[in-house]
Design a protein around this ligand. Structure first.
Ligand code: CP
Length: 328
């Protein structure tokens, strides 16, 4: 992963921080993740209260700017903002003036002019949240950009794993499936390895990035060979909407070789976790009945996402300190 850019964007010499990728958690990424995890513990407790709301971000406004479909991330950020007593503003491309040809920059500047403190951005193109951060004074949070990053997904995944095994240090995580098109895989590799996990990417060569130089991972093309030695089996969705060519012979053959069937899930070590960022293609990368097993923590991932995003919003808008406490 590249180091965070220490240079503030032009025109914003004293601007607040953004969360565009895992590297933005600070020079000590593990410390930055720990900071989010500790705060998440508090917000998990808040979320369990009869009235799961605190006044931490009263007076702040969080805008959601989603140019791609989402169920979990969008609702999770909106719920998180509301539980922190922030006002929310939701932008839907399909009912916006983007349909009349308004540019991304004009859209961002229009939303900013209404007075927002944070903009949560999802876009199909890698790098759009960084571009938005150059234009906006508000804090920008990447809710998934192209194949690039999805940092809050990685943070909620780290939190979910730590709920079950205390630490990722020494854990063996197999990330299985369409790594090539996966922003989740990129953020998770950065976060998991920063916390000391060993990561193996399991996929056919056509579903791996063409160049893995600098990725701190092992690679396998044989799911059956790694199943018995994994602590976390992290399945990725086949992202057919991002495929411009046929990368697998058929879905049936993919499932036969890389799908987590019941037979394969039975071979996982005792205590191993089955994870998926969602949305799932039941019957493709994960058998329908496997997704509902007790060792599948997919619903926990979604539940934890709200508290993790509360922590991220609070750290960006509420505390005034830097990730990792570097005070820069
Ligand atoms: N995991 C995830 O990003 O899901 P959504 O696309 O539903 O937000």
């Amino acid at each position: 992963m590249s180091a965070p850019d220490p240079t503030p964007p032009a025109g914003h010499p004293t601007r607040r921080r953004d969360l565009l990728g895992i590297a933005d958690l600070g020079p000590d990424v593990a410390g930055g993740i720990d900071e989010v995890m500790e705060l998440t513990d508090s917000f998990v407790e808040v979320s369990r209260r009869p009235i799961p709301k605190v006044p931490a971000l009263r007076g702040k406004t969080v805008a959601s700017l989603f140019f791609e479909d989402s169920t979990r991330t969008r609702l999770s950020f909106e719920t998180a903002a509301k539980r922190l007593s922030a006002d929310t503003m939701t932008f839907s491309v399909s009912t916006s003036s983007v349909k009349k040809g308004e540019s991304l920059r004009d859209t961002v500047e229009t939303i900013e002019a209404m007075g927002v403190d944070a903009i949560v951005v999802r876009h199909g193109s890698s790098g759009v949240p960084r571009q938005v951060a150059r234009w906006a004074d508000a804090a920008v949070i990447n809710a998934g950009d192209g194949w690039h990053e999805h940092p809050t997904q990685a943070l909620l995944d780290c939190y979910t794993i730590r709920q079950h095994r205390d630490s990722l240090a020494g854990a063996h995580v197999a990330i299985v499936g369409d790594v090539k098109h996966s922003r989740v895989a990129r953020s998770n590799v950065a976060a998991f390895t920063a916390l000391g996990a060993r990561v193996t990417l399991v996929a056919p060569p056509t579903l791996l990035p063409p160049n893995l130089d600098g990725w701190p991972v092992e690679v396998s093309h044989d799911l059956d060979a790694v199943l018995g030695e994994t602590d976390v089996c992290y399945l990725l969705r086949m992202q057919r909407e991002r495929m411009t060519e046929a990368l697998i012979p058929t879905l049936r053959e993919y499932t036969a070789t890389y799908g987590l069937t019941s037979r394969r899930a039975d071979r996982l070590a005792k205590g191993a976790l089955i994870m998926h960022p969602g949305p799932m293609n039941r019957g493709v990368e994960i058998a329908a009945e496997v997704a509902d097993r007790p060792d599948a923590v997919i619903v926990d991932q979604v539940r934890n996402g709200v508290a993790v995003r509360m922590a991220v919003l609070f750290l960006l808008l509420g505390s005034g300190t830097e990730w990792g406490g570097d005070g820069a």
